[in-house]
Design a binder for this molecule. Structure first.
Ligand code: ADP
Ligand code: MG
Ligand code: ZN
Length: 465
């Protein structure tokens, strides 16, 4: 049996208006090579200047992931050649990264964050009809690279980790986290070992851009390494590519170490001082994180974790839930109404209006169908639910006699003869049809459970006669 050991390097694009070392626009989807200048395309003699706007999202990333923020941080050159890197080096941070020593709590494990550093993105290469197109718009887009310790042990944990940081970083305004646009890209470092053995040799699978690809790549690479070991072959420290269509792993290069990059402090960019006041000011601007809120809704309102997660996915819904539940003190009913009775086409109801409807629903005065109708009126047509209920006499009819007379009327109506006959012969499918007729008689206000019972009772009675 083998254990899998995984450490991640996650690149997130920072939400800024400009690139990291020049004043080109940092926006996605503009025409190819329209957002470039001599700095981000690395022309000789051009001098990069650090865009301080990057500090806010980058420092927030550190705070969100529980890191300590260094008081002075520096940029270093990482030298290598690739067609997507026109200046021949990446400006990154090796010696004094912005943030260090963080952690993220999963359900069953703590993942330690070794560091978060800032760096510039490379160009985007696109392969078409045997040609390579280089889009330099992405050159110089500010990135935060999040490096974890090798604390993860399987694909499920990795995806859980990525989902948590994606939600929290988005909520804090660090990144838009759009995997499909490359705003979040994952490198998976993976090794296997027998329990108790020292760490095995790892490989690095670069640039995965969906959680599915991450899972598949982990599964494949784990099996590949175990296969090698079982055959008595060594696992080589390599950088791998993963084809997200065919799920094939390919060797890109046999892994370099950091000394292959001849890192040195970038002489163009002075060290950056990060004042404690600045850090605290950014900390105050971070809202309650989704991961924290999910747990709080569970403990404070007794929600199931999956319902809490559904609510928190939309900040507006979670806010509405909390505000309305505080008024009505009916969190379970409120949750139900939010998840099943608010029409998608309208606005959200106010917390007070929702609390009013929750109160009616809880007291049994209205059915869930009526709750839905009232909320539809309120959110789509802007009607005050109190007035609407009053005007419509919109209270559930629970008087059995009143329901019975409607049932009898329906049963005796000759146009329903066939349906009644079918029901008597045990064709339950027509029950809904007849129940609908009864409801129409009572303008949709009959207690649906009672109406069903009275209808069934009467049909059976008649057939006994
Ligand atoms: P490098 O400096 O060569 O990039 P690092 O030590 O920075 O290597 O590690 C890069 C990533 O690889 C980190 O996420 C780390 O957790 C992970 N890692 C390191 N050693 C192993 C290993 N033996 N197995 C799996 N992951 C590892
Ligand atoms: Mg590294
Ligand atoms: Zn530029």
């Amino acid at each position: 049996m083998y254990e899998t050991v995984i450490g991640l390097e996650v690149h997130v694009e920072l939400l800024t208006s400009r690139k990291i070392f020049c004043s080109c626009s940092n926006s996605f989807g503009d025409g190819i090579n329209t957002n470039c200048c001599e700095i981000c395309t690395g022309l000789p003699g051009a001098v990069p200047v650090f865009n301080e706007e990057c500090l806010e999202p980058a420092i927030k990333a550190g705070l969100v992931l529980g890191c300590r923020i260094n008081e002075v941080t520096r940029f270093d050159r990482k030298n290598y050649f690739y067609p997507d890197l026109p200046k021949g080096y990446q400006i990154s941070q090796l010696y004094v990264p912005l943030a260090v020593d963080g952690s993220v709590e999963l359900k069953g494990r703590t993942v330690h964050i070794r560091e978060i550093h800032m760096e510039d993105d490379a160009a985007k290469l696109m392969y078409e009809d045997g040609k390579t197109i280089v889009d330099y718009n992405r050159c110089g887009v500010p990135l935060a690279e999040i490096v974890t310790m090798p604390d993860l042990t399987c694909a499920e944990e990795v995806v859980e980790f990525l989902e948590i940081i994606r939600k929290d970083l988005r909520a804090a305004g660090v990144t838009d986290g759009k995997l499909e646009q490359g705003s979040m890209r994952v490198d998976v470092n993976l090794s296997v070992r027998k329990p108790g053995d020292p760490l095995g040799t790892r490989t690095e699978i670069k640039n995965l851009s969906s959680f599915k690809a991450v899972s598949k790549a982990i599964e494949q690479e784990r099996n590949r390494q175990i296969g090698l070991i079982e055959q008595g072959l060594p696992v080589m420290q390599q950088t791998l590519g993963f084809n997200e269509q065919t799920y094939e792993i390919s060797v890109k290069r046999t892994k370099e170490n950091s000394n292959d990059y001849k890192y040195f402090p970038d002489p163009d960019i002075p060290p950056i001082t990060v004042s404690r006041e600045m850090v605290e000011a950014f900390r105050r601007k971070i809202p309650e994180l989704p991961s924290v809120r999910e747990k709080r809704l569970v403990s404070e309102y007794g929600l199931r974790p999956e319902d809490s997660a559904t609510l928190v996915r939309s900040c507006d819904l979670a806010d509405l839930f909390e505000a309305s539940s505080k008024i009505s003190r009916l969190p379970a009913v409120t949750l139900n109404l939010i998840l099943s009775s608010i029409p998608s086409e309208g606005r959200l109801p106010s917390p007070e209006d929702l609390a009013f409807v929750a109160g009616l629903a809880d007291s049994g005065k209205i059915s869930s169908g009526m709750a839905k109708t009232i909320l539809h009126e309120t959110t789509v047509n802007g009607t005050d639910p109190r007035r609407y209920v009053e005007e419509q006499g919109f209270m559930m009819i629970t008087d059995e006699d009143q329901i019975r007379s409607a049932v009898l009327k329906v049963l005796e109506d000759p146009s329903n003869g066939k349906a009644v006959e079918d029901l008597r012969n045990g064709k339950d499918k027509v029950l809904g049809y007849l129940l609908g007729k009864v409801m129409r008689e009572l303008k949709g206000r009959a207690d649906p459970v009672l109406a069903r019972k009275v209808l069934c009772d009467n049909v059976l009675q008649k057939s006994d006669e």
